[in-house]
Unconditional design. Structure first.
Length: 208
């Protein structure tokens, strides 16, 4: 479903109730709103907005983080570099509010040698991580919209020729994505522009 529809579902989550949002190839993507926050997070999160994202794979359940989907997308691009622009377009459209399940239809007949989860799971994860950053994150950001920090890294993991371990280290250290993936879309940047073309950042990179 579209971003606004999913956001309303997240806002209405009941405490401590599992909500399955996506199932594909025996993998379940679900969310939970815990009724209690750890003491270490009480000053950083609102219990009414906080929610957790989970994956269930058979008997195994775990909380995926942002790196899971970024690594997945990097592996897909390395195995099918000719599909890079399609992947960028799909995940930009998800960022702009479109339905992940509709967007991935553009690659329905394509096969990838390397990946972590199905494209359906990864696309829906992307939408949830964006919602998590907008709805749950209360700190100051150098980005407007603040979700652009996350989206810039998605773009970089799909597009950049840098080695995956180096990019992962940068993310883990809290570094921002390269400025060329965000500057013209960031309202807090002096280079901000309106009415940008799709994949505008590729043109900027190509032009140096």
């Amino acid at each position: 479903m579209k971003y606004k529809e999913m956001l309303e579902i997240i806002k209405a989550l009941e405490f401590d109730k599992e909500n399955v949002l996506c199932t594909d190839q025996d993998i379940q993507l679900y969310v939970i709103r815990p009724s209690k926050l750890p003491k270490s997070l009480k000053n950083e999160y609102d219990v009414n907005k906080n929610f957790q994202i989970w994956l269930r794979d058979g008997e195994r359940t775990f909380r995926p983080n942002h790196l899971r989907m970024m690594i997945d997308l990097n592996l897909r691009t390395r195995s099918r570099p000719e599909l890079k622009k399609k992947l960028l377009t799909i995940f930009d459209n998800i960022f702009y509010g479109k339905d992940p399940n509709e967007e991935i239809k553009a690659l329905a007949n394509e096969k990838f040698e390397h990946f972590l989860n199905s494209l359906k799971i990864i696309a829906n994860l992307a939408q949830l991580f964006i919602i998590e950053q907008e709805f749950n994150y209360t700190g100051e950001s150098k980005f407007e919209p603040k979700t652009l920090f996350f989206q810039g890294w998605i773009r970089e993991f799909i597009d950049s020729p840098k080695e995956i371990d180096n990019m992962c280290m940068s993310v883990c250290n809290g570094q921002p994505p390269k400025v060329q993936y965000t500057d013209k879309e960031n309202k807090k940047n002096k280079k901000y522009e309106e009415n940008l073309k799709p994949l505008w950042y590729l043109e900027m990179i190509d032009n140096g």
